[in-house]
Design a protein around this ligand. Sequence first.
Ligand SMILES: [Zn+2]
Length: 197
Amino acid sequence: MFKFIDWKINPQKTAVLIYTWPHGMEQHLLSEWLFHRFRRPHYFNTNKDDPEPPNLICRLTQSQSVHARNTAMEYATTMLPDFYEWILFSDNDILPSVDTDEMFRLDTDIKACRVARDGPHSWPRPNSFHDALWCIRIEDLRKIEPPWFSHGSSNENGTQQIGCDCSTFSERALAVGLTIGHAGHAGHREGSSISNG
Ligand SMILES: [Zn+2]
């Protein structure tokens, strides 16, 4: 039996949303990792009459990253059954490792896993953030006004994106007083070329 020692979230009351572009599936290792930690994985079960709703896995397949992320945030803040207190967002290409669970022992409001990006500079600050694998209390997510994500910053002439989209979310989160931390590691099959967190 898996033990949730020192976890700061309740896995029994955590909904899981997976971004599944482009092919609508997730890594087998990710499915297995979720299965052993959270409630029976189900796809898109939103039955409000269910006294013990199973975990939700929402397959979001929009191609534009920012729009898909915002759709997920809208869903998480307005559509989830009240039963859920926490939400875990995950890309479908996450490869969990031995210490991925460390993210759940963080005391910060936003608990992110250090998902591999292109280099060692993606997590430079204690409150750096990328949205590949992270969780938050749903009532805290509701404190942030939409749109939650926008396109990251560009260079002076607007010819190149220099900040990733995640930073637009983390700036809004910090502005409403939420705290951000990251711990543990996970692999990421399809890395982004922009990773300034
Ligand atoms: Zn990012």
